[in-house]
Design a protein around this ligand. Structure first.
Ligand code: LRH
Length: 465
């Protein structure tokens, strides 16, 4: 077997990356080609993503990837979920909104007046998040002008290839996909005033979406196929979470901490709905039965506020080392409190929750954030175990959060379970693995793919103390 190469585009809420993935001869590794910043930008009509800049970074990154590795065989794209662009006659109508924009409040009220949450949950199996795409569509005045609505990875694939599709794992975060059928719930869409004609043909991870349009092939330097991967970043991350038994939970930790287990059947009970546990569709028809916990967003927004206050940058690893050295208990707040979801002035908002207990030193404040996230993780792990009736014996913590040793240890301590940390780039690895499998360069089953991850990326173990 020889080593094969693919390009992975992985867009997160705070940064995007283009990587080369290489696989074969017992190897599975990534080469970072480019990394670029991402984040909410304030426009007159609300919070948006700078999609034009993101797209340019993607194309430039792909060109550089092909320059470095001319043998690249395909491209896969994943990003954060729920957000979309509206297209008419092949043109993007406007810059995509950011899911943290508060216009969704009205969307929630209007949708629930038509279809109460309990009914929605029975149909789409999704936890309530105020930004689920159906609430956004409901209040998007431009929807009526569009002929197609494309989630972010599908939108990029469309601009690259000219083919519009909806990749199924990400489509499941819209709220308009039947949880059991895996097909568009057109009846629900029409009832909510969302024309079902804007919902594109569904494809599964592993299907080829199309080939680079000639002008893109010229810019990138090669005519390449774009292969659908688990285009919801969390779906790709869970592909590469080296879960070795059904008794392992996962936490995919970046801006969010997605905490749960993988299931083959949904758990559509009242208890699951009341606990706000979601069923996002995974690769190979699995269900990601999980709960969104606010993750490193709390820390990155806090650091951003302190940097603005100081006028200089803060070294995160130094801050975390100082936070580790804090002795004694720190106060805990509810990491999922809705007051913490919008950008801006995070220290003041956390202080408002903690009241007079709020730590005055920055290391203790950072410690309080980390311990609060770990507490919320532990609650969600316990709930996942109770609702799925599974004994859990380990937690695989993947993504950027796996580098945060304080968080890994706190999670082990607060759950009483060993935390196996890494890989840090699980999302990009999952993206690479699904492309490689489609090219015949990787094994068939998720279990074998995960065994390959385990063999090539040894996790770091944190035992509860
Ligand atoms: C993580 C993530 C998560 C969604 C949120 C919008 O990046 O995709 O799974 O809930 O972003």
């Amino acid at each position: 077997m020889t080593v094969r190469a693919v390009a992975a585009v992985d867009l997160g809420a705070t940064s995007g990356r283009v990587m080369i993935g290489r696989i074969g001869d017992g190897r599975l590794d990534l080469e970072l080609v480019s990394r670029f910043p991402n984040g909410p930008i304030e426009r007159e009509d609300g919070l948006h993503w700078d999609f034009g800049a993101l797209y340019e970074h993607v194309v430039a990154g792909l060109a550089e990837a092909v320059r470095r590795e001319p043998d690249i065989e395909s491209i896969g794209i994943d990003s954060w979920a729920v957000d979309y662009g509206l297209v008419k006659d092949g043109e993007l109508l406007a810059e995509p909104f950011h899911y943290r924009d508060d216009r969704t409040v009205r969307g929630v009220a209007e949708v629930h007046a038509e279809a109460p949450f309990a009914e929605l949950y029975g149909r789409n199996g999704l936890q309530f998040l105020p930004f689920n795409t159906l609430y956004q569509y409901r209040v998007d005045a431009r929807l009526a002008d569009a002929d197609t609505a494309l989630l972010i990875p599908d939108l990029i694939a469309f601009l690259l290839t000219g083919t519009s599709v909806a990749e199924r794992t990400n489509a499941s975060t819209t709220g308009l996909l039947g949880v059991e059928s895996g097909e568009w719930d057109s009846e629900l869409a029409e009832r909510l005033g969302i024309p079902s004609s804007i919902l594109p043909t569904l494809v599964d991870p592993g299907e080829t979406i199309g080939t680079l349009r000639p002008e893109l092939a010229e810019r990138v330097g090669k005519e390449l196929p774009v292969i659908a991967v688990g285009s919801h970043d969390t779906a790709s991350a869970v592909v590469a979470a080296p879960l070795s038994t059904p008794h392992s939970a996962y936490i995919s930790c970046g801006t969010w901490g997605l905490v749960g287990v993988e299931l083959t059947e949904p758990v559509l009970t009242d208890a699951a709905r009341e606990a706000n546990f979601t069923h996002e569709l995974g690769v190979d028809g699995r269900y990601r039965f999980l709960h969104n916990v606010t993750g490193l967003w709390l820390l990155s927004e806090t650091v951003r506020a302190w940097e603005t206050e100081d006028g200089t940058s803060i070294d995160l690893s130094e801050l975390l080392t100082a936070a580790s050295a804090v002795t004694g208990d720190v106060p805990i707040f509810d990491a999922n409190d809705s007051s913490l979801s919008a950008p801006g002035d995070m220290p003041a908002r956390i202080t408002a929750l903690l009241g007079s207990e709020a730590p005055s030193s920055r290391p203790a404040f950072a410690r309080s954030i980390v311990e609060s996230i770990a507490t919320a993780f532990a609650d969600a792990v316990q709930t996942a175990s109770d609702l799925s009736r599974r004994e859990l014996d380990s937690i695989h913590l993947v993504g950027g959060g796996s580098l945060n040793r304080l968080l890994c240890q706190a999670t082990a301590d607060r759950t009483g379970l060993p935390v196996l940390a890494g890989p840090v780039e699980a999302t990009a690895l999952g993206n690479v693995l699904v492309q490689a499998r489609a090219l015949g360069a990787a094994p068939d089953s998720l279990e074998e793919l995960r065994a390959l991850v385990a063999a090539t990326h040894e996790p770091e173990r944190f035992d509860p103390r």
